[in-house]
Design a protein around this ligand. Structure first.
Ligand code: GLP
Length: 250
């Protein structure tokens, strides 16, 4: 893993956006795997800025999102579908037909998962997959206990994730308990490059386990050690448990 430690959230966001920009410049029809949550919002703002000021062109870009809640409609303010349009897609020139997000309100969820997985494979996988990390080490919605063989599927959210995400819903009882998520296998075997962003001291423990811990499904992010091309961009708080002298600082 390449580890980059920066001073703050803004720098983390800028470096992540720059890597995406370089990818799009190299290949206009790049396939991006995108994430939700508080972490990538700054990076999406930076991409919007690049689109407006530097004419970064998204018209040929294809995107696949990691996950979506089950049981709320796409129009729900907290759906990941809505999140992506509010925080990125509405502000850039992406073709909505090239945007893929699992649909958690489909009647046949198993079929939705199977089709989603197939679409990713048929597209040829992600040139860059963006990830955040949960305080319990989850990536996408792959909670502790997820394993290396998991494909896109319906998952049960853990108590700690429900608690963490209740900040967006106002009350924990309103957070959906199920979601569709790309599996660890989907991510590892279809991504040419993975960029994981983390900021803030609440992530320090999970980040430490991901980088220094054993590869183990108790911390799903540690399975990223099995991928040959992962860059982790951390602010100093998220990196506080690592030996800072041994990693690249920008
Ligand atoms: C959410 C998402 C993840 C995200 C993580 C961290 O539940 N499913 O994709 O990386 O939790 O979220 P945040 O960036 O808000 O800390």
């Amino acid at each position: 893993m390449e580890i980059i430690i920066v001073d703050n959230y803004q720098k983390m966001s800028e470096i992540g956006a720059l890597m995406i920009k370089e990818q799009i410049k190299k290949k206009a029809d790049s396939i991006l795997g995108l994430a939700t949550g508080g972490t990538p919002i700054g990076m999406y703002k930076e991409l919007i800025r690049m689109h407006i000021q530097d004419f970064l062109d998204f018209s040929n870009v294809i995107t696949f999102n990691l996950d979506e809640y089950v049981g709320i409609s796409r129009q729900h303010p907290q759906s990941y579908y809505n999140f992506m349009f509010e925080n990125l897609f509405n502000h850039i020139n992406i073709d909505p037909k090239k945007v893929y997000i699992p649909n958690g309100s489909e009647a046949n969820l198993q079929l939705e998962c199977k089709n989603y997985e197939q679409r990713i494979t048929e597209a040829g996988g992600m040139d860059i997959q963006i990830l955040g990390i949960g305080t319990n080490g989850h990536i996408g919605f792959n909670e502790p206990g997820s394993n290396f063989h998991d494909k896109t599927r319906v998952v049960q959210l853990s108590e700690s994730t429900l608690k963490a995400n209740s900040r967006f819903f106002g009350d924990i009882s309103l957070v959906p308990t199920l979601a569709i998520s790309m599996g660890i296998n989907t991510i590892l075997s279809n991504s040419k490059k993975i960029i994981l962003l983390a900021h803030g001291s609440e992530k320090a423990e999970a980040v430490y386990g991901m980088i220094k811990g054993d590869v183990c499904s108790n911390n799903p992010a540690s399975l990223l050690q099995l991928h040959p091309n992962v860059t982790v961009i951390l602010d100093v708080q998220a990196a506080r448990k690592l030996d800072n002298n041994k990693v690249l600082k920008k």
